[in-house]
Design a protein around this ligand. Structure first.
Ligand code: NAD
Ligand code: MG
Length: 393
């Protein structure tokens, strides 16, 4: 009997920093880490406001460092975790600092542009970053990719479509690829008229047919802004021209991307709509590990449908494509205005269909300029937020 297998070295235990551990992606990441204790250990966890869950996670995964963004929670956290030896910190700077401490892989899973500074801190120490937080790439794509190169960092896409492209796209040979299509479920209002969508409530908007996600991305999926942000995300992650990127509506969310090669072959990545697959793929890359997901049963699903997106009913998708093509600060403004408009909708201040309107008006109002530094990005983001917050419908 060959003893070759027995002589292979034990797999290296990866240390993981998790930014946004209390969110949907954060919880799925910890679920996978919990199923592979021989492979992963947690270096740092960060959260925003869900203090009970953060305490529970800290007790279970025993990070060296715990950072809570909201300083008001510091005292409670400190007393609840007394005697554990965990280094507890609070505030925005503490989250950035947690991202800076050494670890093998950083899961960037904070929602929105709030994830930009911590993600950049990880990139600037040359980390391998599993990127779920698409907004930071949308609002500062050019600068972020420049920092990745400068510091020899690496981005592993976690967003399901981008993880799918990552699995199929040989970036050494971009000339072999003609077109990349990312799919969208179409969200809960796929078959609604524009008139019906005017009366859509936050409760209806966050009830996604296939995926279980945080509130902001669920609303983005309902407006199709999520797919627009993902076009921009793909543009920065892969060597593709804007016109090579396409979107198809696919209500079953089984095929996540289609990579069309110049010879007419089309490669598809399929999996159940469960973020545990792309998260496991990124955490273990370039190896593969077992993920806690249901087996794909195509016979049970029966048929897969595809449709062209309707940008008249879902104008956010067209706005995002236009921002991608315009370049400069357009995507930064789009992202900031969208974050504000989504939160105004969730607060029941505006109608669902006003989200895209506010984004459009904010872009119209802003001069297109180049953003040279991260401070320029943050200033532009702030200005767009202020305009979108004050915009009267
Ligand atoms: P979520 O709302 O469930 O969780 C967000 C996390 O960010 C929480 O841990 C929260 O405490 C933290 N957070 C929020 N504001 C913060 C701040 N100002 N400072 C520090 N931490 C803060 O969101 P989610 O659904 O897990 O999504 C996270 C990111 O992953 C988003 O960018 C989203 O677009 C992306 N993503 C999510 C999914 C999904 O299925 N949920 C899929 C693809 C991509
Ligand atoms: Mg996605």
């Amino acid at each position: 009997m060959s003893s070759k297998i027995k002589t292979l070295p034990a797999p290296h235990k990866r240390t993981v920093t998790l930014l946004g551990s209390t969110g949907t992606i954060g919880q799925s990441t910890l679920k996978i880490i919990g199923e592979h204790p021989e492979r992963f250990e947690v270096t740092a966890l960060t959260g925003g406001n869900n203090i009970e869950l953060l305490i529970e996670q800290a007790r279970k995964y025993k990070p060296k460092r715990l950072a809570v963004a909201n300083e008001a929670h510091y005292a409670n956290l400190k007393s609840a975790l007394q005697g554990t030896g965990i280094d507890i910190t609070a505030g925005e700077a503490a989250v950035v600092e947690a991202a800076s401490i050494p670890s093998d892989i950083v899961m960037s899973a904070i929602v929105g542009a709030a994830g930009l500074k911590p993600t950049l801190a990880a990139i600037r120490r040359g980390a391998t970053v599993a990127l779920a937080n698409k907004e930071c790439l949308v609002c500062s794509g050019e600068l972020m990719m420049r920092e990745v190169k400068k510091h020899s960092a690496m981005l592993l896409p976690v967003d399901s479509e981008h993880n799918a492209i990552f699995q199929l796209f040989d970036t050494a040979h971009p000339e072999q690829v003609e077109q990349v299509t990312i799919t969208a479920s179409g969200g809960p209002f796929r078959t609604w008229t524009y008139e019906q969508m005017k009366a859509a409530t936050p409760e209806q908007a966050v009830r996604h047919p296939n995926w279980s996600m945080g509130a902001k991305i669920s609303v983005d999926s309902a407006t199709l802004m999520n797919k627009g942000l993902e076009l921009i995300e793909a543009y920065w992650l892969f060597p593709l021209k804007t016109q090579q990127l396409q979107v198809l509506i696919h209500p079953q969310s089984i095929v996540h991307c289609l990579v069309q090669m110049v010879d007419g072959s089309v490669l598809a990545q399929m999996s159940m709509p469960d973020m545990c697959t792309p998260i496991a793929n990124a955490l273990a890359w370039p190896q593969r590990i077992k993920a806690p997901v249901a087996k794909l049963d195509l016979a049970a699903i029966g048929s897969l449908q595809f449709e062209t997106p309707d940008t008249a009913r879902f104008p956010a998708l067209a706005l995002a494509r236009s921002a991608m093509e315009t370049g400069g600060n357009a995507a930064t403004v789009l992202n900031a205005a969208n974050e504000i408009a989504v939160s105004r909708f969730l607060n029941k201040e505006i109608a669902f269909t006003d989200i895209a309107k506010i984004v459009e008006k904010t872009i119209e109002k802003t001069d297109n300029t180049q953003l040279e530094t991260i401070d320029d990005v943050l200033a532009c983001d702030n200005e767009a937020r202020a305009y979108a917050t004050g915009y009267k419908i």
